[in-house]
Design a protein around this ligand. Structure first.
Ligand SMILES: CC(C)(COP(=O)(O)OP(=O)(O)OC[C@H]1O[C@@H](n2cnc3c(N)ncnc32)[C@H](O)[C@@H]1OP(=O)(O)O)[C@@H](O)C(=O)NCCC(=O)NCCS
Length: 160
């Protein structure tokens, strides 16, 4: 008889939990693979700030394969309030799924997990920023129901 669990997308069988210190080498490696830059000091700082303090409003979550415990992806965000005149809302600022495990629903499960965590804090809105030309990010966040918000980002070149 066929094993029906094999037919499910991987995302249907993953575990999502808060990050642990032992995950950090895998996080640094996945981020380097995705962005092309190794940032171990940055990630150690993010771990200290988002996994050890004010964790009722800060969420650093990982997706792992059941059994092997292999790291499949991560998402990081927090509730921030009153900046730019905004009511408190949930912000996602880092998000990656292992390229070998994409398009199987893992990103969606991470997104849903952090959405639920934000909702539990009482906020009614969540936000992120995406590079305008990044069609993958746009496709993903649009598919999760995110639309253009009420703010626009302004910037100025400081290099002479
Ligand atoms: C964006 C990302 C998190 C999506 O993860 P994922 O696990 O592949 O996404 P899912 O399988 O859950 O897809 C959910 C939806 O997103 C959209 N989507 C995902 N990948 C897509 C692709 N390659 N093309 C078009 N739409 C896509 C689809 O609508 C999909 O729903 P569907 O499967 O019903 O069509 C992943 O592609 C990624 O990590 N990209 C790099 C992120 C990055 O650059 N991080 C570093 C800076 S923070």
């Amino acid at each position: 008889m066929a094993d029906s669990s094999r037919e499910k997308p991987l995302g249907a069988r993953i575990d999502i939990r808060r990050v642990r210190g032992t995950d950090m080498p895998g996080i640094v490696a996945l981020d380097q693979q995705v962005t092309g830059q190794a940032k171990p000091d940055y990630w150690q700082d993010i771990f200290q700030r988002y996994a050890t303090r004010r964790v009722d409003q800060r969420f650093f979550m990982v997706a792992e394969a059941p059994g092997s415990g292999a790291l499949l992806g991560f998402i990081v965000g927090e509730v921030r309030g009153w900046e730019f005149g905004s009511e408190p809302c949930g912000w996602i600022f880092a998000f990656s799924v292992d390229p070998a495990a994409r398009e199987q629903g893992i990103g969606e499960q991470l997104f849903q997990a952090i959405s639920a965590a934000f909702r539990k804090t009482g906020v009614k809105t969540m936000r992120t920023m995406v590079p305008r030309q990044n069609q993958l990010h746009m496709a993903f966040f649009r598919s999760e129901g995110m639309v253009a918000g009420p703010y626009i980002q302004l910037e100025k070149d400081l290099v002479d």
